[in-house]
Ligand binder design. Structure first.
Ligand code: NAD
Length: 266
């Protein structure tokens, strides 16, 4: 463990859900490198402890382990309270936890559909609710950044629950942003395209599939978790102080309809 030398979020307290790997882990590293004290959420404490080992230290104290299932109301209340108590407050909430299950839609099981919605939608609602209650009580102008997906916009056949959940996330962000804008609380989303993380190992680790995925992206490469983390940082920082209710697509141009790069229809 090193000590943080940057200071964009010095003295600030940040809770990140789903921080045990992938984009959540990179986001935790980003905020800690910028001087914030972070609370790491995920279901498995041992994985969170391993992530904490690699974070730069901050003078305010240890980064917090806030284990719990983000889809469960009692867990979210407890892990948010623990984060606030141990960090001495909360300034930024990053709702990052999410997952997907593939299935032809005619075969999708209710359990799988509801399971994805429980984490990707209910989990976002529960974490936002706990943070908002605290900020309103304390008069804090907090910021929420939700990790959505390009599939907030682009349909994703065979992943009906995931598509539905990310569409819902877009409207959660817009609704909360409007409801709390006058109290100085900002709510935005980042929408990644194809990013190199453990959930994408199937194509990341196969050179042919990696090329195939890259060929569909206008910038001809997938994104890195650090590129998403930096955008989350921007949406939580004072540089974006007049931005609320927006989804910022970070996708190498994936949402630009790449097939139209060369004119084929007129
Ligand atoms: P990942 O699977 O590597 O990480 C997901 C994290 O969420 C893990 O830490 C996991 O433990 C946690 N998590 C899952 N269910 C949880 C629960 N019930 N309670 C608490 N934590 C839980 O995935 P990732 O690629 O880093 O994705 C992170 C976010 O980014 C997700 O919301 C995902 O939808 C979104 N996203 C990812 C990509 C991509 O290409 N990787 C693209 C678009 C959007």
């Amino acid at each position: 463990m090193t000590t943080s030398s940057r200071s964009r979020f010095k003295g600030q307290k940040v809770l990140i859900t789903g921080a045990s790997q992938g984009i959540g882990e990179a986001t935790a590293l980003y905020f800690a490198q910028e001087g914030a004290r972070v609370a790491l959420n995920g279901r498995k404490e041992d994985k969170l402890l391993a992530v904490r080992e690699n974070l730069p230290k901050v003078p305010e104290g240890d980064h917090v382990i806030a284990a719990g299932d983000i889809s469960k109301e009692d867990d979210v209340a407890a892990l948010t309270a623990k984060s606030i108590q141990e960090m001495g407050g909360l300034d930024v909430l990053v709702c990052n936890a999410g997952y997907q299950i593939p299935s032809p839609s005619e075969d999708i099981s209710l359990a799988d559909f509801e399971g994805v919605m429980a984490v990707n939608v209910t989990g976002v609602m529960l974490a936002c609710r706990e943070a908002l209650r605290y900020w309103l009580k304390e008069g804090i102008k907090g910021r929420i950044v939700v990790n959505s997906s390009v599939h907030q916009l682009i349909p994703k056949p065979h992943y009906l629950g995931y598509s539905a959940s990310k569409g819902a996330v877009g409207n959660i962000v817009r609704t909360l942003a409007l409801e709390y804008a006058s109290r100085g609380i900002r709510v935005n989303a980042v929408a990644p395209g194809a990013i190199v993380t453990p959930i994408n190992d199937s194509w990341v680790k196969d050179p042919q599939q990696y090329e195939a995925v890259s060929s569909h992206i206008p910038m001809k490469r997938p994104g890195q978790s650090e590129e998403i983390a930096a955008t989350v940082g921007f949406l939580a920082a004072t540089e974006s102080s007049y931005i609320t209710g927006q989804t910022l697509y970070v996708d190498g141009g994936l949402t630009l309809y790449g097939d139209f790069e060369k004119n084929w229809s007129s």
